[in-house]
Design a protein. Sequence first.
Length: 145
Amino acid sequence: MSERKPQNYANHTRFDPVFHYFLAPVLLITLIGTIMHLVRRPQLPSVWHVVLALALLVLATLCRTYALKVQDRVIRLEERMRLAMLLPESQRGHIADLSVKQLVALRFASDAELPALAERAWRENLEPKQIKQAIQVWRPDYHRV
């Protein structure tokens, strides 16, 4: 098994090769091809093929979006539990002030810097990008798709 490259802000985004380099392009090309066929031969079956191609593209996009939403919910739960363990009791009430996007960004922060960064996030209403850029010791997440 090959060693993974250390993760940081510059390289933390991830593509799913099957979705991004195969499924999405194939479905997009199919939609374009069926539209071209409809323009050349405007018939009811050609219209239906465009509708089917569009439906398949929407289905693939929804499947990907729903999977990411589920991952965000799991990360939200994990990070709330992690914050409950790492924050002083006086600050635990602020965990609810963090948005899901902020919690998803905070997952990359090391345990040592998480309390201070979480406090900055809720006090300054930091955007996820700002949170990630503020992280000094990156805690990698290789499982997100």
